[in-house]
Design a protein. Structure first.
Length: 122
């Protein structure tokens, strides 16, 4: 096993996000979750789950060749869900990633997250 493989397999900072959207006036009680996890083939999986709270829901997985690409997709969809009214489920907060704080911050502010960062910009 190469050192890159060992480093990939032993990485412990895999972000996870659990969000809810509840509106009793519309009989809406939804959950949405996303998490990154390593695959056996040095790729990264983005696993999304969604459905009605109290039910199993649905699941879909996306494969990425790099962790950076998967994290970018994770951040993008998390921010989009927060904009649509989903709020973090504090009971299920298990991420140590800054993605959680960014998503929560943008969900509670009127400003949009930056779309692009130019090379060399801090």
């Amino acid at each position: 096993m190469s050192s890159a493989t060992a480093q990939h397999a032993l990485a412990t900072d895999w972000p996870r996000m659990m969000l809810r959207r509840v509106d009793p006036t519309r009989n809406m009680s939804r959950f949405w979750s996303a998490q990154l996890q390593p695959s056996l083939f040095e790729e990264v999986l983005l696993v999304r789950n969604w459905g009605r709270i109290g039910f199993r829901g649905q699941e879909k997985s996306y494969w990425f060749s790099t962790r950076q690409a998967a994290l970018a997709a994770f951040n993008k969809i998390t921010v989009a869900k927060c904009r649509r009214g989903y709020t973090p489920d504090e009971e299920c907060r298990t991420t140590s990633s800054a993605a959680y704080d960014r998503a929560v911050g943008y969900a509670h502010r009127s400003e949009a997250p930056p779309r692009h960062q130019e090379a060399g910009a801090a």
